[in-house]
Every structure is written in structure tokens, then in C-alpha cells.
Ligand binder design. Structure first.
Ligand code: NAD
Ligand code: ZN
Ligand code: ZN
Length: 345
């Protein structure tokens, strides 16, 4: 079968021929129906050698929907033909967080050889993908797998970052989303679906800002030297209860920290590698800044319910597997409006 493989660090991934895997005991073989292209893969293709403990080559694609093709011995809870989403962060499956469905915070992550399919092990940018356990599959039901595949990352990651702030997102509150690409556009929709907060989108790209307005943001601001003042003006100079930094550069972190309200929360999602100095007077009193990594299995189940209810929908641009490398090139150039999704069939 064809698969988009990362074979060398700091190099683009390439389409190669690899054998179709066979499911061993407890494993599930999926025929991939849709695989989203995440900006994290672009970071991965730029990662210098020796920094990640993963062995090359492996197939990219960590945002996957598929149909069960074959199950290995001992698998009884899914059957050939079932449509499923793949929960992406694969933990040890046995520690306390894993047992709670919080495999994104697995206590033994440091001992594992990979972070998931497409992140150290073979992922879904291929015709087939092997999933190590049925515990990592969430039923898709009647959802169209193409717009649903990004639920497993583009939606799950901001959902997990938003949820702890929901009690603070009362009427009259404000949430700021910095970077309204694949994840950020989903964040805008989730905030609108889950809270009465006013949503302010920030991006450097005009088309993304228009998309955010179309998804329910009440203001869309071009990032620049005036952005912080514009946000403060829009919040009676009080600032925002929640800032999602979906870029993560020095500049966006500084912007996020500067528009936070007392007791507000800055959730860092983007992996641009920026830093924020920490000190007593660096943030408003009682404010928090935290990284937020992916999401939990229960949260993915909740998102599937939200999608079934028609409350969230990501604009997707589809690519055949033969053009997967082009999808990433277009993502790198900022030309994908919502999410690029590869459809191998
Ligand atoms: P994307 O390319 O679809 O969107 C990024 C958006 O940020 C674009 O709209 C771009 O115009 C905007 N942007 C870039 N620099 C900006 C700046 N300085 N100011 C304002 N806007 C700016 O990317 P994506 O797939 O949505 O991923 C976003 C980030 O989230 C990436 O860094 C990715 O690696 C990271 N990510 C993190 C997690 C996690 O678990 N924490 C999960 C998935 C993705
Ligand atoms: Zn991702
Ligand atoms: Zn674990």
C-alpha cells in the first residue's frame, strides 16, 4: 500500500510503498477513510535529528477516521465494518491517568517508544493503519468520516483546553483565540457552542479572520502592535477570562499574557517554541498559564455527540493520498482555509 512516510529528520515526508500490516492479538486493522493534516506534522518535518526518542521511518497522520477491516485474536468489542475515530495519544493503557481515559497524560509516557500513530508509530496517511488496542477507538456512528476525522485532534485539543475555563465563561465574559487555522476555527465554534462568552479571534491572515467571523467570532483582529489595546478596549479594559494561544511564539504568548484578566487562564496549545517569563507581576493576580496537550477519550466521545447534534463542523479541503505531500506544502504556505483532510479511497 501507499503511505506518507517520515524517513529522515528535518526532511519532508514522502509517499512510499509499504506492506499492509496484519493485526496481532488485541490489535485492530483499519481501512483509513480520512486523515487530517495537522500543523504539528510540519513541526515534525523540521525537527532536528536526535531530539525525539522515536525511530524512523514511520507513517505520518495522527488525526484519523477509518473502518475496521480486520481484528486480531481476542478483540471482541469492535467488528469488521465498524466506522471509528482513532484516539491519538497512545499511553501505556494501564496507569491511573490512562485508566481514566486521559492517555494524553500517561504517567509512563517517557518509557514509551512513541506518542501515538503518526507520532513515532505508523499513522493514518496510508490505505491501512494498525491500532494497538480497541480501547483507542471511538464509534463514529452515522457521521461523515471526512469532516469528522479532525474531531480527534483539531477539535479535541481546543476542547480539552477550553473545558476547565467553562465556569468562568459566564455571560459578559471574553475568550480570545490567537491563531484561527485548523484548531483555532474549531476553538471558535466550541466556545460558541459551549458558552455565552464573546469570542475574539486573532490571526495574521485575513482569510482566516473572515472564516472566524463566519463561525461566530464577534471580533476578528489582525495581529500587530495594536492588538492588545484593541482587546482591552473590547473588554472594558478588564481583559479576557480565557486566552487560547494556538500559535505559541514569543509574540503571541506576550500578547496573550497582556490581555488576561485577573484570575484568567492562558492555555498554550501552539508549538512554535516561544517562551513567557514567569514572575509575580508578569501576569494579573490569580491568573494561570498552562500548556494543554491533546485531550481525553471521554472528551472525544463528547465531541462526537456534539458533531452528531450538528453544533460543530470544520471546513475541510480534501486531497487524495497521492497528493498528501502537497496538502502539507499548502498548509505550510498558509493556503488551507480550514483543515486539509486526506482521503485515501
Ligand atoms: P494551522 O496552520 O492550520 O493554523 C495556524 C494559524 O495560526 C494560521 O491561521 C496562521 O495564519 C496563524 N498564525 C501563525 N502565526 C501567527 C501569529 N504570529 N499571529 C497570529 N496568527 C498566527 O495550524 P493548526 O493545525 O491549527 O495547529 C496550530 C498549532 O497547534 C501548531 O503549532 C500545532 O503544532 C499545534 N498543535 C498542538 C497540539 C497540542 O496538543 N498542544 C495539538 C495539535 C496541534
Ligand atoms: Zn496534531
Ligand atoms: Zn499510562
Amino acid at each position: 500500500m501507499k503511505a506518507l512516510r517520515l524517513s529522515r529528520w528535518a526532511q519532508p515526508a514522502r509517499l512510499e510503498q509499504v506492506p499492509v500490516p496484519r493485526p496481532g492479538p488485541g490489535q485492530v486493522l483499519l481501512r483509513i477513510l480520512a486523515a487530517g493534516a495537522c500543523h504539528s506534522d510540519l513541526h515534525l518535518m523540521e525537527w532536528p535529528e536526535g531530539q525525539l526518542p522515536w525511530t524512523l521511518p514511520f507513517t505520518l497522520g495522527h488525526e484519523n477516521a477509518g473502518r475496521v477491516e480486520e481484528v486480531g485474536p481476542g478483540v471482541e468489542d469492535v467488528r469488521a465494518g465498524d466506522a471509528v475515530l482513532v484516539y491519538g495519544p497512545w499511553g501505556c493503557g494501564r496507569c491511573r491517568p490512562c485508566r481514566l481515559g486521559r492517555e494524553n497524560y500517561c504517567e509512563r509516557a517517557g518509557e514509551l517508544v512513541a506518542a501515538g500513530g503518526g507520532l513515532g508509530r505508523d499513522g493514518g496517511l496510508a490505505e491501512f493503519m494498525l491500532v494497538p488496542s480497541s480501547r483507542l477507538l471511538v464509534p463514529l456512528g452515522s457521521l461523515d468520516p471526512v469532516p469528522a476525522a479532525p474531531l480527534s485532534d483539531a477539535a479535541l485539543t481546543p476542547y480539552h483546553a477550553i473545558k476547565p475555563s467553562l465556569p468562568a465563561l459566564a455571560p459578559g465574559s471574553t475568550a480570545v483565540v490567537i491563531g484561527v487555522g485548523g484548531l483555532g476555527q474549531m476553538a471558535v465554534q466550541l466556545l460558541r457552542a459551549l458558552s455565552p462568552a464573546r469570542v475574539i479571534a486573532v490571526d495574521k491572515d485575513r482569510g482566516r479572520l473572515e472564516a472566524a467571523l463566519g463561525l461566530g467570532a464577534s471580533a476578528a483582529l489582525a495581529s500587530g502592535s495594536a492588538t492588545a489595546d484593541e482587546i482591552r478596549a473590547a473588554t472594558s479594559r478588564l481583559g479576557a477570562e480565557l486566552v487560547l494561544d494556538v500559535v505559541g511564539s514569543d509574540d503571541t504568548l506576550a500578547l496573550g499574557a497582556s490581555v488576561l484578566r485577573a484570575e484568567g487562564r492562558l492555555a498554550l496549545i501552539g508549538l512554535a517554541g516561544g517562551r513567557l517569563p514567569f514572575g509575580f507581576f508578569g501576569l494579573p493576580y490569580g491568573a494561570q498559564a498552562a500548556t494543554s496537550y491533546w485531550g481525553t477519550i471521554p472528551e472525544l466521545i463528547e465531541l462526537v455527540a456534539l458533531a452528531h447534534a450538528g453544533r460543530i463542523r470544520l471546513e475541510v479541503e480534501t486531497f487524495p493520498l497521492d497528493r498528501a505531500a502537497e496538502a502539507y506544502e499548502r498548509l505550510r504556505r498558509g493556503e488551507i482555509r480550514g483543515r486539509a483532510v486526506v482521503v485515501p479511497g
